[in-house]
Design a protein. Sequence first.
Length: 265
Amino acid sequence: MIWLRPRTWLLPWLLAGSGFLMSGDASWAQFPLFGQQPSGPSYELSDSVQLDEVPSAAKKQFEQVRAFLANEQWSDGVDLLRRIMESHGDKVVAVDAQRYLNVRDYCQLQLASLPPVALNLYRSVADAQAKQWYDQGVARRDVELLTRVTSQAFCTRWGDDALFVLGELALEAGELHKARSYWGRLLAEKSRPEGQLTRLVYPDTDIPLADIHARLVLVALLLGQIDRAQLHQQQAGPLLSVASGRLAGRQGNYSELLATLTTSI
């Protein structure tokens, strides 16, 4: 087996003219707001650390959200989640005695788990602002605006597009781990135990899975992680063999492009 070292000096050549491609679906599953531990970006802290935790009133609101969603009162539940994000988005919420999660991420995690009918209610209200940030971010190649979409409006219809473009910009800048992180959040988990909180990933991207996997393979190759590259190729082999697109400044069949790039790195 050949071990490939990172070749970041090849990026300007590989990425010249790379473009943004955008279809697919993913499943959803519900989980309770409290009582389970998320595997996403939470923090375990000592007793001496002071955090800006949500007030008691907000904790009661979370209990209301749980009741609304349990009774399939989607409009009420979604509306209350939006109000919690607007009022307390930068605070943290405890998920157990010493583990905390950013409130905005926590609320988006709830939204990402909802059925399409409920998720569409949220998007009908939040999409317009997210689209404005996204369009301006793409036009200006503005990472801050695109990050605003993923941090404040993750579950809108523009959240996955923003993740995809942020990955492209990170790759162009040679920030390979960042690129992988952005694109990895587009892959919904294939299975998860019922009622268990999971990391925040986009629930139903319409970006072709072949576009995502091809980029994850490319990043793994550039990082010298041949085993990871092989894993992605195994997971998406049939997709990559029949799908075409633009990758690393070249247009063609993904499997053929990756084979050519492998010999060039």
